[in-house]
Design a protein around this ligand. Structure first.
Ligand SMILES: O=C(O)CCC(=O)C(=O)O
Length: 279
């Protein structure tokens, strides 16, 4: 089984119009697939401005219009699609959800953001996703022909426990659609992606919206790919664009063979386990 593939990370501006944003995302996926990408990643909340009060109006149920279009383009272009995230409604609850489609257009996994973003910086950034969102409860790892991929969303990257659980389930790459801001982005973004990469010895990927000074929540951008040694192998700045990564997941086992952290885990002293497994 080849563990080599081409990964495309799309950094795009999000507009007020859901139709326009979805159209743009689909065009980008098609463009990257035509350039040879096997797997394409979109940013967090790519079909909705990142503002809590907007989530209910933009939300769709699983299988809705955005979902159908994503599935169709994955199938047409025969790519894995880690479809950013979108507001998802189920019953009276709204989730921040990533759908993951395989090259046949089938849904191969779905992650509901597990840690809801909560920040209140003195005279600065404020955001409380819990105003309108409900947190997910499941750890998400999907099987691909190249290996297992863990998927989580933005604030989830701050929690090493979740990264560990994904790695324990075999994930060799952790992909986070994300949208850091101009306060925490410069301070923590790269450090977090490098930290999760070195503590689990995996590839990490952050895919963000491009920066838009007109929007109320200004995304930091800086989409990033980090290898299992903790080196940044691709990084954008603030503008629209894409990253194209030549990934070889066998680097994970090579690094682990030379620096076998897993052998030194003291599971006689501490343990990490899931308690709830289903949303
Ligand atoms: O953790 C942060 O600093 C930013 C998180 C965030 O923007 C999000 O979860 O959407």
């Amino acid at each position: 089984m080849s563990q080599k593939f081409k990964l495309a990370v799309i950094q795009m501006k999000i507009s007020e119009s859901k139709v326009d944003s979805v159209h743009k995302a689909i065009e980008n996926v098609a463009y990257m697939a035509d350039k040879g990408a096997n797997m394409v990643v979109l940013p967090e909340m790519f079909n909705c401005p990142y503002e809590t009060y907007r989530f209910p109006a933009y939300a769709e149920a699983e299988g809705g219009d955005t979902y159908q279009r994503l599935s169709k383009i994955a199938k047409e272009k025969k790519v894995y699609l880690v479809a950013g995230s979108v507001p998802e409604v189920e019953a009276d609850r709204i989730y921040n959800t990533t759908y993951i489609f395989g090259p046949s257009g089938d849904l191969i996994g779905k992650h509901r953001k597990m840690h809801l973003f909560e920040i209140d910086i003195v005279n600065g950034q404020y955001f409380r996703e819990a105003e309108t969102l409900t947190a997910g409860k499941s750890v998400t790892v999907v099987d691909t022909e190249f290996g297992k991929i863990g998927v989580a969303i933005c604030f989830d990257v701050r929690f090493p426990e979740l990264a560990r659980l994904m790695a324990q389930q075999g994930a060799e790459m952790l992909i986070y659609p994300a949208a850091f801001n101009m306060t925490t982005g410069p301070a923590h973004w790269e450090l977090l992606f490098r930290s999760r990469a070195i503590d689990q010895q995996v590839f990490t990927v952050g895919c963000a919206p491009a920066r838009d000074y007109e929007s109320n929540y200004i995304s930091y951008g800086n989409s990033i790919i980090v290898n299992p040694w903790g080196e940044v192998i691709g990084r954008l700045n603030d503008e629209e664009g894409y990253l194209f990564g030549e990934i070889d997941l066998s680097e994970v086992s090579q690094i682990r063979a030379q620096l076998p952290l897993n052998q030194s885990i003291r599971d006689d002293v501490y343990e990490l386990k899931t308690i709830l497994k289903e949303d």
